[in-house]
Design a protein around this ligand. Sequence first.
Ligand SMILES: [Zn+2]
Ligand SMILES: [Zn+2]
Length: 159
Amino acid sequence: MRKNRSRGSDAEKGVLPQFREMCAKAGIRATHQRLEVLREIVCATDHPTVDDVYRRVRKRVPSISLDTVYRTLATFEKHDVVRRLQVLEDPVRYDGRGTRHHHLVCTRCGCITDLEWPAFDGVGLPRAAARWGTVKTKQVQLEGLCAKCLQAERAKGRA
Ligand SMILES: [Zn+2]
Ligand SMILES: [Zn+2]
């Protein structure tokens, strides 16, 4: 089960130094609860909601509250450690992956899959963007049907 949504130990290795650095910069205490929230979000590949993170962390840290998870994720977001995604009409989801990537969003089941797109990343911005102001991030969200939903759709069509 865990394997499906876990990035495994590679992602986990960088967590502690990143965590200490962020806490020092933010002027907050490097508590065990905050570390566990970060560990969960960095290793997750399914872009979990606050609720998801809370349920998972609670298994290891039963004393943690939903409110703490909310506030911790908001702090991480403020310091660019996690990214907040608002897709479809879903609740806010969080992304702890540090490297540049884009997203494939299934409008049927709501799954969010990471997509690397170096060719897109390499394309310069249109002049209108420079006239508009300063662009800080360039990230796209592609929407459609995932393979699983597409298959279900086709099966329905054949029936
Ligand atoms: Zn789907
Ligand atoms: Zn992502």
